[in-house]
Design a protein around this ligand. Structure first.
Ligand SMILES: Nc1ncnc2c1ncn2[C@@H]1O[C@H](COP(=O)(O)OP(=O)(O)OP(=O)(O)O)[C@@H](O)[C@H]1O
Ligand SMILES: [Mg+2]
Length: 143
């Protein structure tokens, strides 16, 4: 994967992109990916694909009430899916064990990273998804 990119992707293409990204995220970790974009832009869809590529067997579902969902992947690695949509600021992450999330070999995908402010590691891979005018089948993916 190129360090930066900007592509229009169908659902299938976005899924393949996520699977490849998840598969590449092995080795000396933690690795953090942030997913920004409007409601329905495809963040949870991409999260599922990344988890699949990372080796998560259990299906990744969109958290409704939980901020953090944890999954076990190949070689006992952890996959964390954080959906911060409902929090109003970083102070709400105080009881989450935020630091411990980043202390083990894991892949961490964060929807709505803006809510966490400066708590998001500076070296995270930041991906933005956007709707495309007059084309509901494609999303603009930039990173
Ligand atoms: N090219 C595409 N890429 C991603 N999703 C697409 C694409 N085309 C259509 N879709 C559809 O758009 C929807 C995206 O929903 P998803 O829950 O992934 O968005 P989200 O960004 O997580 O939204 P929210 O902010 O509400 O959590 C899905 O129903 C998906 O099937
Ligand atoms: Mg979502």
């Amino acid at each position: 994967m190129a360090p930066h990119g900007d592509q229009l992707m169908t659902l299938d293409e976005l899924t393949a992109f996520g699977v490849a990204l998840g598969a590449a995220a092995a080795g000396a970790l933690p690795c953090v990916v942030t997913l920004s974009g409007d409601l329905g832009a495809g963040k949870t869809t991409l999260t599922r694909a990344i988890g699949q590529g990372y080796g998560v067997v259990e299906a990744v579902t969109s958290p409704t009430f939980a901020l953090v969902h944890e999954y076990v992947a190949r070689a006992s690695r952890r996959f964390f899916h954080l959906d911060l949509y409902r929090i109003t600021g970083a102070h709400e992450l105080a009881n989450l064990g935020w630091e411990s999330l980043f202390a083990e070999p894991s892949l961490i995908v964060i929807e709505w990273p803006d809510r966490a402010g400066a708590l998001v590691p500076a070296d995270a891979l930041a991906i933005t998804l956007a709707h495309v005018d007059a084309d509901e089948t494609r999303r603009r993916v930039s990173w």
